[in-house]
Each structure stands twice: as structure tokens, then as C-alpha cells.
Write a protein that binds this ligand. Structure first.
Ligand code: SAM
Ligand code: SF4
Ligand code: SF4
Length: 399
């Protein structure tokens, strides 16, 4: 047998070098997190409406716009960025530079998604949005009739908004473009729960791509508008029973509180306010209505610091450690989607999922009425931790 003796200077040097390499790798993977490839940016906190479901209605703080130059500097910092949600609390079109912001992102081949009340989107803006190849637009319409809609979306004119959506769909059709994907977002409250079927019909008549029906996230002042989970379930079951006739894709999103350690947003995205503050996500912004406190809890400011430094800062990593450990960091207190791990047991979570999946709309035992062509998924972005049911349209109504 031949014995190979290990030793000598070259061997020791090899070991030292290898150890060094491991240390660098470990430190790098632990300390340097690559920037996210999707983020959400709030172009403004100003808004031309005062919707009853929205906390902005109760703000006493003056709103503000992100300046175009600051926006461009921010985008230039974010190497590898693939997708931006370009709306937050506020109406993005109120910022006069909004279309230029979109153009800047598209010139860098970045996906653009935003939500809008569509009060400002006239024919010429519609045409420009299609020409810019915006990827997805979520139009917020919380009522199928003038009366109900205008009581919730205070300050908007129902017929004008519907005309704007029609004008937009015409522009997309004339320019023979499959994008932007157009979704109507309908938030359920006690005031509009009886309009679900009418919303489906309105969405069909507008030839949009999808209707998303989601639960309202309550805050103190909007609590009286909150429909009970049972009422929402029962209304959805009744209204969507004859899914064979649907002429539009319907996505039902029921809020479902899951253990916080299931949240991956602090690793995968960030929310930047109009004045540069970095928060882990839009839910950490929308929870309290107390902006001043939120800004205190922010993880840094991109107008004064480099994003990658903030992203890899001790404050960000401390928040990630808390989330991973199943505890709610201060910034995430009041999150409508996740709760501390010990408050939601695994068994309870599975039970809730199973109940919702079975009964299609969240209550009662499986019933033949509720057997729908449901595709079940839990998605994380752009709508984290909500139970989603996709009801594909059956009769395609093309324009
Ligand atoms: C905050 S708005 C901002 C964008 C734009 N101003 C709009 O209305 O679409 C974004 C979305 O959040 C929804 N929203 C507002 N308040 C909500 C709440 N309390 N619960 C659930 N969704 C809400 C709106 O209906 C809208 O679809
Ligand atoms: S929901 Fe949108 S349109 Fe309504 S007040 Fe809030 S930001 Fe403005
Ligand atoms: S726990 Fe909630 S508030 Fe915190 S990052 Fe996740 S989704 Fe956002």
C-alpha cells in the first residue's frame, strides 16, 4: 500500500486559501443580498378622490410627488430591475411626470404595472399608454351603478370613468395590442356586496381581461364598511354560481392571515415612498394611516443613501431575522396578511386553506353549487398571501 503524506508548505497554504475562500463565500451570501428584481414606487400621495375605503381620505398630511429626476436616479441605481408597480397610496396620474416615468422604465425594458382610479385617462392618454406598452393596469371600480360607485369613490363621476375605460379598450383594440392587460379591481364592502353579479356584467360589457374581487382591509375609520366573511362568501357564491356564463375571467381574493415567517417580501421586493423612504412592502404602508410613524420605522431613504446599502443594512437584516423567526417586527405590526407565528397554528392554517378550497368561496361544506372550474393558488407578488381563486371565462367575448 502506498501512503501519501499530506503536509508541507504548499498543503498548508492550500488549506489557508480554501478556508479564506469559504469565509468570503459565507460572508458574501450572508451579508450581500442582490437587489430585488421587482419593486413598488409611489409616484405621489396626492389624489383627486377621497374614497371611503382608503386611509388617504383621513390623512391630515399634505401629499407630495416624486420628482422625475429623483425617480430616474433611483431606477439607475437598481441594476437588474425587471418589474415596477408604479402606484401606491395616491393617484399616479396626478403626478405630471407619470407618463415620463413609464417611458423611462419602458426604455430600459422594465415591466410596468399600476393601479388607477381612471378619472384622468382621456383618449390621448389612453393611446400613449398603449403605445408605451404598459404591461398591466388595474382599474379600481367599486360599484356597478352611479349611485353605489359615487358613494364609495367620492369625487369621481361614474359615467366619465366608464367612458374612459371604454375609450382605453378601443385604443388598445385600434392599435392591435394585446397589452396592457386590463383588470377591474372591486373591493367588497357592506355598501356594494349586492353588486357582484352586476360588476361581472359591467366587466363583460367593457371587454376587460379580468375582474378581481377582493376583501377590504379595514382600518379604524373604515371598519363600519367591513362586510363579514360569511356575508362576502354567501354573496360571491350566489353571484358567481352560474360560472358557465361568465364572459370575463374572475379572480376572487380572500384575505387570509398566515404565519409571518411565510412572508418573503423583505427578500424579494421593496416599497419606495414619493419622498424616498424604503419600506418592506405596500402593506407596511397601508396599515395605520399614521405616515409620520411609518417614516420613523422606514429602513432608509434612497434620496440620501444608496439603495443597496439600505437593502443590506443592519436595520433591514434585523427585520428579516424577525420575520424569519415568526415574530412581527414593529414595521409590520398591523399587517393585514401575516401575523406572528404563534397566533396562527399550522393546523389552523391548513384547515382554513382546506375550507376555502372546498367551499370555493370560503364557508360551509362543499356544495354542488360551489363546484366551479377553480384553479387554486397562493401567490406572493404582486398580491401577497391572499387565497386566490381563478374562475376562467367560458364564453369568450372578443371585440
Ligand atoms: C390605494 S389605491 C391607489 C391607486 C389608485 N388611486 C386607485 O384607486 O386605484 C390601490 C388599490 O387599493 C384599493 N384599496 C384602497 N383602500 C383599500 C382597502 N382599505 N382595502 C382593500 N383595498 C383598498 C383601491 O381600491 C385600489 O384598487
Ligand atoms: S383608493 Fe385610490 S383613488 Fe381612492 S382615495 Fe385612495 S388613492 Fe385615491
Ligand atoms: S409581514 Fe406584512 S407588512 Fe411585513 S413585509 Fe410581509 S406583507 Fe409586508
Amino acid at each position: 500500500m502506498r501512503v501519501v503524506r499530506r503536509g508541507g508548505l504548499p498543503y498548508a497554504l492550500g488549506l489557508v486559501l480554501r478556508q479564506l475562500e469559504w469565509n468570503v463565500r459565507a460572508a458574501t451570501s450572508r451579508l450581500i443580498l442582490l437587489p430585488p428584481d421587482s419593486i413598488q414606487i409611489e409616484p405621489t400621495t396626492r389624489c383627486n378622490l377621497r374614497c371611503t375605503i382608503c386611509e388617504l381620505r383621513h390623512w391630515t398630511l399634505e401629499g407630495g410627488d416624486m420628482p422625475l429626476q429623483k425617480f430616474e436616479q433611483l431606477i439607475d441605481q437598481l441594476k437588474g430591475l425587471k418589474s415596477v408597480v408604479l402606484s401606491g397610496l395616491g393617484e399616479s396620474f396626478v403626478n405630471k411626470s407619470f407618463l415620463e416615468m413609464i417611458a423611462y422604465l419602458k426604455s430600459r425594458n422594465i415591466r410596468v404595472i399600476f393601479s388607477s382610479n381612471f378619472t384622468i385617462v382621456n383618449r390621448s392618454i389612453a393611446r400613449r399608454l398603449v403605445e408605451l406598452s404598459v404591461d398591466e393596469i388595474q382599474v379600481s371600480i367599486d360599484g356597478a351603478t352611479k349611485d353605489v360607485y359615487e358613494k364609495i369613490r367620492v369625487g369621481a363621476d361614474f359615467h366619465r370613468v366608464i367612458a374612459n375605460v371604454r375609450g382605453f379598450m378601443d385604443a388598445r383594440h385600434r392599435l392591435r395590442s394585446p397589452i396592457p392587460k386590463v383588470t377591474i379591481n372591486f373591493v367588497t364592502t357592506t355598501k356594494n356586496l349586492n353588486q357582484v353579479r352586476a360588476m361581472v356584467e359591467l366587466s363583460e360589457s367593457l371587454h376587460v381581461d379580468e375582474l378581481v374581487i377582493s376583501d377590504m382591509r379595514p382600518f379604524e375609520e373604515s371598519r363600519p364598511l367591513l362586510a363579514t366573511a360569511e356575508d362576502v362568501s354567501s354573496s360571491l357564491r350566489k353571484s358567481l354560481r352560474h360560472s358557465d356564463n361568465l364572459g370575463v375571467n374572475v379572480v376572487v381574493q380572500r384575505s387570509l392571515r398566515r404565519p409571518i415567517n411565510k412572508c418573503n417580501l423583505p427578500w424579494s421586493t421593496a416599497y419606495i415612498t414619493y419622498d424616498g423612504y424604503v419600506m418592506p412592502c405596500c402593506y407596511s404602508i397601508q396599515q395605520t394611516g399614521n405616515r409620520a410613524r411609518q417614516m420613523k420605522l422606514s429602513l432608509g431613504n434612497v434620496f440620501t443613501q444608496d439603495f443597496l446599502r439600505i437593502w443590506n443594512s443592519e436595520a433591514y437584516n434585523a427585520l428579516r431575522r424577525e420575520v424569519k423567526a415568526g415574530r412581527s417586527p414593529e414595521t409590520c405590526r398591523g399587517c393585514p396578511l401575516y401575523a406572528p407565528k404563534e397566533t396562527i397554528t399550522f393546523a389552523r392554517e391548513r384547515q382554513t386553506l382546506a375550507e376555502q378550497k372546498h367551499s370555493a368561496f370560503g364557508d360551509g361544506p362543499p356544495s354542488s353549487e360551489a363546484v366551479l372550474p377553480v384553479e387554486w393558488s397562493l401567490t406572493n407578488w404582486p398580491r401577497p398571501a391572499v387565497a386566490q381563486m381563478h374562475i376562467p371565462m367560458k364564453s369568450v367575448s372578443s371585440k
